[in-house]
Design a protein around this ligand. Structure first.
Ligand code: ADP
Length: 267
């Protein structure tokens, strides 16, 4: 049996997917990137292999992608996260129909990718200069509010008032804005909803630059936040397609590419 691995070394999290020769997922793992990307990526790969009963040496081909992709020396190939994301979305989003737009929010960047009817990337827009509208922004806000990022969705749906406007376009200033809102006795719920709508507005503005053609697929860690999903859908006026495991889409794309690259090498 053959095994192919995609490893997405993101700024915040390392995502690894191993697929078999049919492209079906055998195992997946999400772990923190921390400060030693290579060391943690290698350790995570070891743990994932152990969990599915194989040795890392039994993997036939590895493709790395993401911010830290060049650091993973064992990779047979590296690819851009845009390409990997598009390939992964086509597979993970099969049940939603033809995906024409991908919205990805990562730890430190956000992007929108436009695809043609064959699933090829035709254009993309990216914000990687500013933390506003990224997972980092949500992490900082949650820490200030003394809640976990996993709880943001819950807080969002408990908001009773009109979502508060978060006007700061910079994460650092947004932090002091949040402190000010708390000082004025606004509830955490209303602040969380305000943060989600402010991110939603930004990401929709970015996505409009590539066109917002249906089906719109949303992935990256923040796609696990149901409150943010609801805010984006509200701003966009239509539903998003979200896979069961949105954080691993790009790693899945890299694993599928590893499978195809291996087959081509042996032809
Ligand atoms: P990157 O590829 O840049 O490392 P990810 O796509 O892995 O980024 O996303 C990381 C972000 O996802 C974190 O900053 C965090 O805000 C968010 N996140 C991760 N897990 C959850 C969760 N269970 N609920 C809400 N947000 C989450």
């Amino acid at each position: 049996m053959s095994h192919f691995c995609g490893i997405d070394i993101g700024s915040t999290a390392i995502k690894i997917v191993i697929v078999d020769e049919k492209g079906e997922i055998e195992g997946q793992m999400v772990s923190a990137s921390g400060s030693m990307f290579y060391k943690y990526a290698k350790e995570s790969l070891g743990r994932l292999c152990e969990s599915i009963g194989i040795l890392p040496d039994q993997i036939d081909y590895i493709v790395s992608t993401g911010y830290g992709r060049k650091l993973f020396k064992e990779a047979d190939e590296t690819i851009s996260e845009i390409t990997a994301n598009a390939i992964g979305a086509r597979k993970a989003g099969e049940k939603f129909g033809l995906i024409r737009t991908i919205i990805n929010i990562g730890g430190q960047d956000s992007k929108a990718i436009g695809l043609d009817e064959e699933g090829n990337v035709v254009n993309f827009a990216m914000n990687d200069r500013c933390a506003a509208g990224t997972g980092k922004f949500l992490d900082v806000a949650a820490a200030k509010l003394e809640i976990d990022v996993e709880e943001l969705g819950e807080y969002h749906f408990k908001s009773t008032g009109t979502p508060l406007a978060i006007n700061s376009t910079c994460a650092v200033f947004a932090e002091s804005e949040i402190i000010g809102l708390l000082g004025n006795e606004h509830t955490k719920e209303d602040i969380v909803a305000g943060i989600h709508f402010s991110i939603a507005k930004r990401i929709i503005r970015l996505a409009r630059r590539v066109g917002l053609e249906d089906v719109v697929y949303f992935d990256g860690g923040p796609a696990l936040n149901a409150g943010l999903v609801a805010a984006i859908e509200d701003e966009m006026g239509k539903e998003l397609a979200i896979p069961e495991y949105p954080q691993i889409t790009t790693a899945l794309g890299a694993a599928l590419l590893a499978k195809d690259a291996y087959a081509m090498e042996r032809d």
